[in-house]
Design a protein around this ligand. Sequence first.
Ligand code: NAP
Length: 295
Amino acid sequence: MSNTSFTNVTVAGGTGLLGSHIAEGLLNDGSFKVKVLRRLPKNPNEKADLLASKGAEIVYADYNRHDDLVKVLSGTDALICTAAPGVVGGGYDFDALQTPLLNAAKAAGVKRFIPSEFGIEAEVGVHPITDAKASFREKIEQSGLEYTYISCGFFPEYLGWMGFDIKNKTAKFYADGNTILATMSMSDIGKYTAESLKLEESRNATIRVAGSRFSLSEILEKFEESTGSKWKVVVDKEVKHRFQNKIDPVPSLVDLFVAIYLEKSAFENIDNDKFSFSPRSLADDINVLVQQASV
Ligand SMILES: NC(=O)c1ccc[n+]([C@@H]2O[C@H](COP(=O)([O-])OP(=O)(O)OC[C@H]3O[C@@H](n4cnc5c(N)ncnc54)[C@H](OP(=O)(O)O)[C@@H]3O)[C@@H](O)[C@H]2O)c1
């Protein structure tokens, strides 16, 4: 691992679900000066306060005002975007969201841009979310800035989307039970992202990391062990077909995303061994989820 040439790192959307873990990963690493970029207006935010108490500088800009963005990004070596346009509410245009950041980063002399990916690899023609992430890839690659794409496993906190319902002790499988789903805790993604800035191999490359690679049935077993009970399993493998053919009830974009994710989330060639630590176990994450659900 080389010494980092990136000292000043800005995390756009660093108050978010994942972004706060990445900002924390950078702060805990100790090698970086960290700024968290937020949108105006300056709304109170507990995560921003917490990160500020740990040493981050919180900065604000209107993403539609190029000059303001350039000003806050000046002095930044690496810009990590973890902003998300409210996917659950139907916003998915990561291209539109990140383009002003890329333009401003270039004008401000930022060296590296890590875009908001952090899941399966962005690919055109698959789903509006991955389409938008993929079309932004083209812009980065044409910009002349260095880039790293971080592809990582599914966040355990989102296993509910994958059909694991702790309260009702049911699992709805969108694929065969032997389908492999890679997962990765957000705190580990924070550590991997921070360390990627010190890794030669991350320059203009994709870094693939996974905390675990279990089948849906094995993940179900972990939930059953953790809750001490047998779960009911419902199988719905037809989501994509029903969505594409508009067969009632037409699944949501979230259902479709989950079905597609399961086709692409095996993460066979991973880069974990390039990093200095091992990820935490999925069983630990599941135990935390089960405890939280019982409060
Ligand atoms: N692998 C997985 O399982 C998985 C799961 C979920 C998400 N992800 C990915 O992880 C990344 C981060 O997602 P997240 O769920 O952590 O994001 P999030 O919490 O929904 O949002 C992150 C931040 O983005 C900013 N933001 C919201 N709307 C915006 C807009 N329209 N324009 C600019 N900034 C906006 C907000 O910060 P301020 O208000 O402070 O500006 C927010 O705190 C995304 O790429 C997402 O696709 C992966």
